[in-house]
Ligand binder design. Structure first.
Ligand code: HAM
Length: 416
């Protein structure tokens, strides 16, 4: 860097995805696309910006995401916009806006998109991150819950991640939850003096989230009311059927009565998948049912369930488990040249190679020696060399960079 010039850096909590990283990204993305294809999920991409109220209404005004983590700004026209904080609400918005609700249900959608949350950056937690998300709209049956959980687990398994723990809970329907929250408040009422300010605020505004608190020592509390004890008959049957199905297919799970999730749109099934190797309790995949969300956004009552996984978090876990995707070995050609006439021919040959599905680059406009150094640096596997003599003879020199062998042959013999 020149002295006195400002060195720009990517904003805190954001990353450049460099060429060396794409081996991992391509691996994680291609496995995501693959599993989505086999379960017949279609891709959807929503804008990076949305009306702020979409998130306020759906995620909930008293959640950490809305209170502390959203990137909110007025645009030049005075509209109040937000960077996409999560994918579920935008998918539901698009579903209603484009009449997807008129298509046959259930509707299966997936996205691979960047998300933005003003979080405290640390390993696996960033301000710009990417999610692979799956949403199954218009199916209330427990088989939908099962499918979503099965995809989540299969996806991680196909990536090679097997040391996993599935945590699951049922937070009931809205009416069940009202009574549950009342009882939860009653239960914690006598302990308020031991809570810090944040938890006291949670007690007032979003008591369910108390169960998520990192500051409360839950060992001292026995018999905290459990949401599954408040389920209406239909929700209970749904829950029992789901667990039975998981048992049947030998998908092991732990019922976590404290699992409530940080977004308000959930009802009934909520789940998270954690790596068992990671002590830090961060979920790689998280999701649940949101049967009320589409109606809340102005649509007809439409049951739905989905999950999302953080791609950066997956890559972190791949590295921790020493899983390194293998880069496909492919021939890389470089066409080197000596002189202006040979350069035109080299451009033509490079193109001929590409037309024959070969990866080819033209040598840089330097001495032959320097072109050869560049070929080694970019790990070219074969180099074609053309000079005046080769031009007049219609020949080429081919150098195999691995063995160092060099042969002259007729250009017309270069076939694939
Ligand atoms: P979420 O729990 O907020 O749920 O995020 C889902 C996943 O995104 C997390 O498990 C994690 O892998 C990743 N993630 C979240 N925040 C960060 C961050 N700051 N940095 C890196 N990765 C992060 C949702 O977003 C819901 N929309 C999931 C869903 C879909 N529910 C139903 N359908």
């Amino acid at each position: 860097m020149k002295k006195g010039t400002q060195m720009f850096k990517s904003p805190r909590g954001t990353s450049d995805i460099l060429p060396k990283d794409w081996q991992y990204w391509n691996y994680v993305i291609s496995k995501a696309e693959n599993i989505a294809r086999f379960y017949n999920y279609d891709r959807i991409e929503t804008p990076v910006i949305e009306d702020s109220n979409l998130f306020l209404k759906s995620i909930g005004a008293n959640t950490d995401i809305v209170e502390k983590e959203m990137y909110i700004f007025p645009d030049h026209g005075g509209d109040n916009l937000s960077l996409r904080a999560e994918g579920t609400a935008p998918v539901c918005r698009a579903y209603l806006q484009h009449g997807l609700h008129n298509s046959s249900h259930p509707l299966r959608l997936y996205y691979i998109s960047s998300m933005f949350r003003y979080d405290r950056p640390q390993a696996g937690r960033y301000r710009q991150f990417h999610q692979f998300g799956i949403e199954l709209l218009g199916e209330e049956d427990y088989s939908a819950d099962f499918e979503i959980i099965q995809i989540a687990i299969k996806y991680l398994e196909t990536l090679g991640l097997t040391k996993l723990k599935l945590l699951i809970n049922n937070i009931g329907d809205l009416k069940d939850r009202k009574k549950y929250i009342q009882d939860l408040k009653k239960y914690f009422e006598n302990h308020l003096d031991t809570f810090n300010e944040q938890d006291r605020k949670r007690f007032e505004k979003n008591p369910l989230r108390l169960l998520d608190s990192k500051n409360i020592n839950f060992n001292q509390f026995i018999d905290i009311p459990k949401s599954i004890d408040y389920l209406n008959a239909e929700a209970r049957l749904h829950w029992e059927n789901l667990l039975e199905q998981l048992d049947h297919f030998e998908i092991s799970y732990t019922i976590d009565h404290k699992l409530v999730r940080g977004l308000d749109y959930y009802n009934r099934t909520v789940f998270e998948i954690h790596p068992t190797t990671d002590g830090s309790q961060t979920a790689i995949i998280a999701g649940g049912r949101y049967d009320g969300l589409i109606e809340q956004l102005g649509g007809n009552p439409t049951p739905a369930i989905g999950f999302a996984t953080g791609i950066e978090r997956i890559i972190l876990n791949l590295n921790e488990n020493l899983i390194h995707p293998i880069k496909k070995i492919q021939e890389l050609w470089m066409v080197a040249y000596l002189g202006i006439n040979a350069k035109t021919e080299a451009i033509r040959i490079s193109d001929y190679l590409r037309q024959n599905k070969q990866v080819a680059v033209l040598g840089p406009n330097r001495s032959l020696k320097s072109q050869m150094r560049y070929a080694s640096a970019i790990k070219a596997t074969k180099v074609i060399i053309i000079g005046d003599k080769e031009l007049t003879d219609s020949t080429i020199i081919i150098k195999d960079m691995e063995t160092g062998n060099q042969n002259t042959m007729l250009l017309s013999k270069l076939t694939f």
